[in-house]
Design a protein around this ligand. Structure first.
Ligand SMILES: Nc1ncnc2c1ncn2[C@@H]1O[C@H](COP(=O)(O)OP(=O)(O)OP(=O)(O)O)[C@@H](O)[C@H]1O
Ligand SMILES: [Mg+2]
Length: 132
């Protein structure tokens, strides 16, 4: 569950990019942001993911406050960026192991999950290929 309470963010003390936003996204819910350019969508995602801090308000992910317990909160979600340039040199399996390290997934469990998911997405043959 993602909870935003009275979240406000201004840039340079002038442009109010997000103004007193309160919203809840429940577990299992699929939630999309729609809005015109400059509405504050990217700013909101950056605050939820802890890239920037709100001026005011609270953000909790599965009950963990992103400002107060950033590492705990960040372990609650996955994030797929627009431009994954950093990872293109890695092989599929190296990338998955890197992510498993980030999220503290134990060795045995990660092996099991990687295999099960690679099988489900019919990508077992691609695990040892470079991403690009
Ligand atoms: N780094 C920044 N410095 C100053 N102002 C910014 C910065 N980032 C965004 N803004 C301003 O904050 C407001 C919200 O921008 P934001 O990028 O969050 O909107 P958006 O909904 O993601 O827009 P788009 O649909 O164009 O991606 C806009 O007025 C924008 O010009
Ligand atoms: Mg945007």
């Amino acid at each position: 569950m993602i909870e935003l309470m009275d979240v406000t963010k201004s840039y340079n003390g002038t442009v109010k990019a997000v103004d007193n936003l309160t919203l809840t996204v429940r577990g299992g819910e699929i939630f999309g942001f729609l809005g015109p350019n400059g509405a504050g969508k990217t700013t909101t995602i950056k605050m939820i993911t802890g890239i920037i801090q709100p001026d005011k308000g609270t953000i909790r992910i599965n009950g963990k406050d992103i400002s107060q317990s950033p590492l705990e909160a960040k372990k609650q979600f996955g994030y797929v960026p627009d431009s994954p340039d950093l990872f293109l040199r890695l092989k599929g399996l190296e990338y998955l192991n890197f992510m498993a390290d980030m999220y503290d997934v134990p060795r045995e469990l990660r092996k099991e999950r990687i295999e099960a998911l690679a099988r489900r997405f019919d990508m077992l043959h691609a695990l040892s290929d470079p991403i690009l």
